[in-house]
Design a binder for this molecule. Sequence first.
Ligand SMILES: *Cc1c(COP(=O)(O)O)cnc(C)c1O
Length: 474
Amino acid sequence: MAMNDLPNGFTGFSKNRPNDFESAKSAMDFHAASRSVASDVSRQSRRAVSDKPAGWVADDRPDTRAVLQFAANGGKPDERGVIPFDPEKLAAIPEIERRWSWVEIDLNAIRHNTKTVRRNVAPGTHLMAVVKSDAYGHGAVRCAKTALNSGADYLAVATIDEAIELRENYINAPILILSQPPMTAIPLLLAYKVMPSVYDPQFAIAYAEAADAFHLRAPYHLAVNTGMNRIGVRFDDVVEFMSQVSFHRALDLVGTFTHFATADEVETLDFGIQVKRFVEAINALRLAGFDPGIIHAANSAATMRFSDVHFDMVRLGIGMYGLHPSGVTRPLIELKPAMSVHARITDMRAVPMSEGVSYGLHYRSPGSVMICTIPVGYADGFCRGLSGRTDIILQGERCAQVGNICMDQCMFEVDMRSYGSRRRLNPQVGDEVLLVGRQGMSIITLDDLANTLDTINYEMAISFGNSRLPRVYV
Ligand SMILES: *Cc1c(COP(=O)(O)O)cnc(C)c1O
């Protein structure tokens, strides 16, 4: 059904009087007794609208001819008098002009971070860019391409579908999946030339057989469990594993790796134990005549802290996005955060003293404040647990977020009093604000929000970046 064929009841607009909202009209008829009250209220709200400094107000409507640029057929009505919309022109309305909130990704920051880490590892060492979970919310395709142009030469993802997205966007670098996919995904690995991490002999054989049937090789990385106890062949079982699978001619052991559980912690005892076990496993493989291939272990934290565990490749995740794995690495390397979160004020009002704001009305106005609304809620990664515990940056100044964060919107408070040398802010509908980022002297980081919520910056990046907020690359 074409857009213009929708029944009137569905669109809500009456056929004859296009300015009447059908459902509101029938609701008012139904509640005949309250009609005079309702029309009072609507008169008041009309007045409130026309008092506003900005927006679509009665005497300042946009030129109706301007909107006709979205019509098909040069705006000529068809035989029924209907002017059709042009779907392509509608599609061209940018996402940030459909809803006033977005995540900004600074690809220069990703370039800077990747190059900085590149400079800090030996020239022969491979640099693997970890772009799992849509590059920690930053967009896997754009980030992978940026990283590959800045010194990375290997990619890592969590799932076969993440790998396929990269391949379908003409990315030809080697891709490793950081765990072992189900056996049913083997044809996809081979078709898209994506390497699995392997730790189950049955999987290895099935993978090899499938490769053989297609006259292909079956390259893989062997995951070694040295103490994190998440995935992998236990460090003292690697030779046993290899002797079970190595007979298969199609299998290629391209790399051997482990993962550290505590590389970002001050205490290094457990880290040292994992390193020792990993080196033991590598030596055992070599002694038994197996070539371990590319040896890798270091995540961002280990890459920044311990050059003796770089081996043949380092795996750069969080650091590439300009975030520190923990406070421990902060003094060691200068990173630029790539993600910031933006919105524009959609509505505002002076709320009288002691009136509440948002669900529960838990925040009460102290008077002399402007309550501004922005279209960002917990469905956009702005977790409800942050309610009343974070700030919004307006015109370079921090303003308190107030009231419960709703699913799609939230409010913040602007102090309208003048005192001392304090600059009085003058918020307007349409003003750009920051939930995360730097403006003037004010800065709010993903780490700040993570600390407030007792979680890690990784989760905050994913929360905003993989929400319904559009990403804008700068
Ligand atoms: C996610 C992940 C990484 C990257 O970790 P960061 O702390 O983000 O650098 C490296 N290796 C493995 C196996 C991972 O799962």
